[in-house]
Design a protein around this ligand. Sequence first.
Ligand SMILES: Nc1ncnc2c1ncn2[C@@H]1O[C@H](COP(=O)(O)OP(=O)(O)OP(=O)(O)O)[C@@H](O)[C@H]1O
Length: 301
Amino acid sequence: MDSSRDAVVIDSVSKIFKKSRPLFGWRKKQDEQAKKQEVKALDNVSLTVRRKEIVGILGANGSGKSTLIRILSTLLIPDTGYVSIFGYDVVKDERMVQRLINRVSVEASFFKKLSPMENLLYAARLYNMPGEQARTMIRSILGRLSIKPDRIDAPLENMSRGMQQKVAIARAFLTSPIVLLLDEPTTGLDPRSKLDVQNFVQELREQHDATILITTHDMDEAEALCDRVAIIDQGRIVAEGETQALKRTVTELMGRSTPATMNEVFMHYTASHMITEEDVRRYGSWEKAFEVLEALREEEE
Ligand SMILES: Nc1ncnc2c1ncn2[C@@H]1O[C@H](COP(=O)(O)OP(=O)(O)OP(=O)(O)O)[C@@H](O)[C@H]1O
C-alpha cells in the first residue's frame, strides 16, 4: 500500500434519483415522464481524505450523506464524477475496493436467530480468519463495546436495536479495514456506548492506521472525533475544514465575543439563505439576518 497516496478521492460526483409521484385519478392521464421527479442526491461533490484521517460528513436528513457512503462502498454507481480508494476506481476496480473498505450502517444484515458470536464467526470465516483467533478477538471487541458475556451467545433477535448496532460495529472492527465507512454508527446509542464506539474508532486509527469517514448528526461527536468535517446540504458540500477553523469563521461572522458552537456552525451553513458578511451589515446582526431571511423564504414558499 502506497502510504503517500490519498486514501479517498471524490472528484465532482453527482447522483440523481428518480422518484415516482403518488398517482391520483386525473394525474394518471399525464405523460409517463410527469410521474417521475428527480432528486439530486449528490451535486458535484469533491472531497479528499488523507490516510489515517477521520473525516466527518455532517448534513440534515436527506442531504445525501448515505448516498455518498454507498458510492464509496460500491453499492451505488455515481452518474458522473470519479471516486477512488487508494488509487482504485470504485466502479472499475470494485473487487479491490471491497477488500479495502468496510461499511457499518443501521441496516446491517445478520442472521437474527444466531448469536453475536456465531454471526461474527461467520464474518471472520469470510475473511479467512482462524477460528480460535477470531473467538478471542470477538470476545475482546464485544467486551470493549460493553456487551455482557451472557449476551454473546444468545440470539441476536433478543437484543435491543442499539446492542445489535454494536454488533455491526464489532463486525467492522474485526477485520481491521483500511478504510472504514461509518454511516451514523452512534445514532440511537446511549452516551456511554457512544463513547465506547468513539474511543474504539480512535484506537483503530492509531493502531491499524485506518482512514475513517463517519456520518453523524451529533455535533459534539464530530468535534470530539473528527480531524476535519464536510457539511453537506441538498447534495452539495457547503463547508469543509477543521471544526475549530469553521467555528472561528462563524464566530467572526456572527460578531460574537463568545465562540460559536458546532451546532451554530451547522445552522449557519445549512440555512436556506447562507448569511454573508453583507447580510450581517445590512440587518445589524447575524441573528437578525437569519430571522429576516428565513421569514422571506417562508413567504416565497
Ligand atoms: N434509492 C433511492 N431512490 C430514490 N431516492 C433516493 C434513494 N436513496 C436516496 N434517495 C433520496 O436522495 C436524497 C438523499 O438521501 P440520503 O439517504 O443520501 O440522505 P442522508 O443525508 O443520508 O439522510 P439521513 O440523515 O436521513 O439518513 C433524499 O432526498 C432521498 O430521499
